[in-house]
Ligand binder design. Structure first.
Ligand code: HEC
Length: 218
C-alpha cells in the first residue's frame, strides 16, 4: 500500500504532459490535403470572364512553369513526376540530362523547389524582389523571354497563392515593394496551450503534496 500514491503521482504527471504534447502536435498539423486521383492534373486552370492579373498569371504558370514546379506548386516531387508516365525520369539519357538533344536543355537533379503556398518563396522579401528574380532567372531554359506584363501576372498569382495579396490588386513597379511576402502575423488567439500548462503544473504540485503527506504518515 505504501507505494500506491507515488505510482499514481507518476501516472498523473505523465498523462498531463502527454496531453500537452498532443495538443502541440495538433496545432502544427496544417498541411494541405493530398490531391485526389480522379482530377485531371494536366488540365488548364479555369478562367473567369473578367480575369484579374493573378488569374492571368495562373495561366502563364500552367503553360510555362508547371512542368518543373508542379500543378500545385509543390515542386518537382516524385509524385508529380509520376504524372508524366514514361517521361517521369527527367534526367534519363536524351531527356534533360547532360546529353540532352541539341534543341533541349538540362536542369539540376535537385530541381525544382516548391513555389506556391505557405512556407514557400521564403528567400524573397516582397513582390518586387520576386518579380526581379523571375525576370532574371525564369523560366530556367530561357530566362526573361516573356513579355514583362506576364512576369507581373505570375508574381501576382504566386503571391495570391501565398495569401499575401488581396484579389483584384494589380501589381506594378510602383506598388510591388509594398506587398510583403512575409508579413508578421500575430499569434492565433488559441489559449489551449497556456491552459494545459497551468493544469499540468497544478496537477504536479497537488500530486507532490499528496506524496509528501503520504510518506510522512508512513
Ligand atoms: C526547366 C525547369 C524549370 C522551369 C520550366 C521553371 N523553373 Fe523555376 N526553377 C528551376 C530551377 C532549376 C530552379 C533553381 C533551383 C531549384 O529551385 O531547385 C528554379 C527556381 C525557381 C524559384 C526559386 C524558388 C526558391 O524558393 O528558391 C522560383 C520562384 C521559380 N523557379 C519560379 C518559376 C516560374 C514562375 C516559372 C515559370 C515562368 C519557372 N520557375 C519555370 C527550374 C525551372
Amino acid at each position: 500500500m505504501r507505494h500506491f500514491i507515488p505510482y499514481t503521482t507518476v501516472f498523473l504527471i505523465a498523462l498531463t504532459w502527454l496531453a500537452v504534447g498532443c495538443a502541440g502536435l495538433s496545432v502544427q498539423n496544417t498541411a494541405a490535403p493530398p490531391p485526389t486521383l480522379e482530377e485531371d492534373r494536366l488540365a488548364a486552370p479555369p478562367m473567369p470572364p473578367n480575369p484579374t492579373q493573378a488569374d492571368l498569371g495562373s495561366h502563364v504558370y500552367y503553360q510555362v512553369c508547371m512542368a518543373c514546379h508542379g500543378d500545385r506548386g509543390q515542386g518537382l516531387t516524385d509524385e508529380w513526376r509520376e504524372v508524366w508516365n514514361e517521361d517521369a525520369n527527367c534526367w534519363q539519357s536524351e531527356c534533360h540530362g547532360n546529353d540532352h538533344p541539341p534543341e533541349g536543355f538540362s536542369f539540376p537533379q535537385t530541381c525544382c523547389a516548391a513555389v506556391l503556398g505557405p512556407g514557400t518563396l521564403t528567400q524573397f522579401r516582397d513582390g518586387q524582389a520576386l518579380f526581379e528574380y523571375l525576370v532574371e532567372t525564369m523560366p530556367w531554359w530561357n530566362p526573361g523571354y516573356m513579355p514583362v506584363e506576364e512576369f507581373w501576372q505570375l508574381t501576382n498569382f504566386m503571391m495570391r497563392e501565398n495569401g499575401v495579396i488581396p484579389d483584384g490588386v494589380t501589381l506594378n513597379a510602383g506598388n510591388a515593394v509594398a506587398f510583403n511576402l512575409h508579413p508578421v502575423t500575430p499569434l492565433p488567439e488559441d489559449t489551449t496551450w497556456q491552459v494545459l500548462v497551468i493544469v499540468g503544473m497544478l496537477t504536479s504540485i497537488a500530486a507532490l503534496l499528496a506524496f509528501q503527506k503520504n510518506s510522512s504518515i508512513g
